[in-house]
Ligand binder design. Structure first.
Ligand code: SF4
Length: 643
């Protein structure tokens, strides 16, 4: 294995030949370099290029937490772009960490972030570039432990063959427990299997090699079998009862990255219950940070980084209980510092316009609204009820307050969508533009972003088929025909890229071979449309004898077992089933802060809720062992997690 000096010597030649060498050198402001010889060494890996990975908040939090420990260090690695990969391969140089240039194979643990499925082949590529066996079963004592976390790992099965341990859920606490177990194991001299068994006992850790999947003859999933008596089943997601103080010591890159700003998460989770929304279901319950804590974090973040841009992040920012107080406090406190603020994910209501209006320094080029569907019928089906009149009123208010462009986000392919519903997207865009013209004339602009709905596991739509390529193309053709002319712009996704996401997100263990074959045949950077090759994936399916349509276009019976059922988000399958059936009738649910619908979060985490009283959580308080929520009661003694 090469040492850091040898790698540095090679980089002096290699970096002269590649685009943006700043991606590969490290040494940025706030990077942490610790004593390599006395710590548990963790490489945090984002399987896309530096420019994207540097904006990943999850890895920034873990980097900070690990480096605060006196017995561990964290360094970083990203996917090299194709020119750098070619240079590394031709010079037989392994992928290395940015901080100290150690090869990734020399670390104790690789912590890989998998927020979405289109990073799977890049993950294999990174392991290969690091000279680490791709398959978990081929790794020995001398190889790093491969751990993966992130939203995609709520269905870990397609990647089960390549990852030793998945973290399902929130990482802030579990990372410390993994390091503790690893440290003890490292000095014990015991075998790798013992390490995996110990890790499996940590809440939120899933060791796929301790389970075996069974299928029916028709190819549908039957059940998962434990191979060790004490392997947990179900595997309950990890939850942080109270969000820890926000990370504020961010690394400041030398080159431009996707977001050059201080990201502060103001709350986690969402109570709105949009039925298509994976994040909204898997991050329940809503937990909020206090205004004081957020203000303090902004102060520290500005001091530590010099950034002039702050992102106040959450799934639905206007639902943060103290949003007005926060925005006012930020305005007062940072008035003289020319700090620019962004508040993503605002609801469609005039209150959102007031909020954006009061954010000093906000650029007025574009205001984003996400109705997701254009008819009230469709918005009821997806449980995002907002009236068209309210939407047009909000648009009017936006143009009146000085914005010239409204960005409208829609999805096509929702369950039961017709061509009339798609036509309504074009009609609604034109109606919004007409509102703008009333206010600011021909300066008004509407940019429509139309993606295609992909049914996700653990959501009320996990049963529904994904639209076929032909149907997506028909719908997109209609929109392209209708949404042209002055003031209108349309963006859309390639339906072939949608298929990849759809295959992988509801895939089972058999897809591991498809991923492997696709990677072998050159698939990587699948999230980049100029690099994505649909044909490579189809060939991989053909080689393995699997039918891609089985994973996408099949309507699943309501009682079908799913390959991800053993992973529990704490939201019960019974609740998801009922919500799916409600959607078929066009029945909606109100915000569950107004009425708890007993989704399963409270019975599972009743103790945590009891220990965190007040409005830290947006679920009702739990006073005693017997909890009563509206017309529903649960006896804690008879409930097992994930019930
Ligand atoms: S337990 Fe009730 S309030 Fe909490 S997330 Fe579930 S439905 Fe909403």
């Amino acid at each position: 294995m090469l040492n850091p000096d040898q790698i540095l010597a090679r980089l002096e030649q290699i970096l002269l030949m590649v685009e943006k060498p700043g991606r590969y050198v490290g040494g940025e402001f706030n990077q942490v370099v610790k004593d390599w010889s006395r710590n548990i060494r963790i490489a945090l890996v984002f399987p896309d290029i530096y420019d994207i990975g540097m904006s990943n908040l999850g890895l920034a939090i873990l980097y900070d937490l690990i480096n605060q420990r006196s017995d561990a260090l964290a360094e970083r690695a990203y996917a090299p772009w194709v020119d750098m990969e070619a240079a590394l391969r031709s010079s037989i140089t392994p992928l290395y960490s940015l901080e100290t240039k150690h090869p990734l194979g020399a670390f104790d643990i690789l912590g890989i972030s998998l927020p979405y499925e289109t990073l799977y082949t890049n993950t294999l590529n990174i392991l290969d570039l690091a000279e680490i066996p791709l398959f978990s079963s081929e790794r020995t004592q001398r190889h790093p432990l491969i751990v993966a976390g992130g939203h995609a790992t709520f269905n870990p099965e397609p990647m089960h063959a390549f990852v030793d341990a998945f973290v399902v859920g929130e990482g802030e606490e579990v990372i410390g427990e993994i390091i503790d177990v690893f440290k003890e194991w490292k000095v014990s001299g015991e075998n790798r299997k013992t390490l995996l068994n110990r890790l499996s006992q940590i809440w939120g850790v899933y060791i796929p090699s301790l389970y075996h999947s069974h299928y029916f003859v028709d190819g549908t999933f039957s059940h998962i079998e434990k191979l060790e008596a004490d392997a947990p089943l179900p595997i309950m997601k990890r939850l942080v009862a109270k969000l820890p103080p926000p990370t504020t010591r961010f690394i400041v890159p030398y080159i431009d990255t996707v977001h050059n700003r201080i990201p502060i998460e103001i709350m986690r989770g969402c109570t709105r219950g949009c039925r298509f929304c994976h994040a909204g279901m898997i991050t329940r319950p809503v937990r909020e940070r206090s205004v004081d804590e957020i203000i303090q974090a902004i102060e520290e973040g500005v001091r530590n980084t010099g950034y002039e841009d702050v992102g106040l992040l959450s799934l639905s920012s206007s639902d943060y209980t103290h949003i007005l107080e926060l925005v006012n406090a930020v305005g007062e406190r940072f008035h003289s510092q020319h700090l620019s603020m962004s508040l993503p994910s605002l609801r469609i209501e005039s209150f959102s316009v007031d909020l954006m209006d009061s954010l000093k320094g906000t650029r007025r080029s574009g205001f984003t609204l996400a109705p997701e569907a254009a008819t009230e019928r469709m918005r009821d089906i997806i449980n995002k009820p907002v009236s068209t009149a309210q939407l047009l009123d909000t648009a009017h208010a936006i143009y009146s307050r000085g914005w010239t462009t409204i960005k409208l986000y829609f999805m096509i392919g929702h369950p039961s969508e017709t061509m009339e519903d798609v036509q309504a997207i074009a009609d609604l865009c034109k109606a919004v533009l007409a509102e703008g013209r009333k206010v600011i004339g021909s300066r008004a602009q509407v940019n429509a972003g139309v993606s295609t709905f992909v049914p996700k596991p653990h959501t009320p739509f996990q049963w529904v088929p994904c639209e076929s390529i032909e149907m997506i193309l028909n719908k997109q053709a209609l929109l392209k025909r209708e949404l042209r002319g002055a003031g209108l712009k349309l963006n859309w996704n390639s339906p072939k890229e949608t298929m990849l996401e759809a295959w992988l997100s509801r895939g089972d263990r058999r897809l591991a071979e498809v991923i492997f074959r696709a990677w072998q045949n050159g698939a990587k950077f699948d999230a980049w449309n100029e690099r994505f090759s649909y044909d490579t994936w189809i060939e991989a399916f053909q080689v393995t004898g699997l039918d891609p349509n089985f994973y996408t276009h099949r309507e699943r019976p309501i009682d079908e077992s799913f390959p991800w059922d053993h992973i529990s988000t704490s939201v019960r399958k019974k609740f998801l089933t009922e919500d799916y059936l409600w959607s078929l009738q066009g029945r909606t649910r109100i915000d569950c802060r107004q009425r708890c619908f007993a989704c399963g979060v409270l019975p599972t985490f009743a103790d945590l809720r009891r220990m965190n009283p007040g409005e830290v959580w947006q679920c009702p308080e739990v006073k005693s062992k017997k909890i009563v929520i509206q017309d529903f009661s649960v006896n804690m003694d008879v409930l097992s997690p994930g019930d």
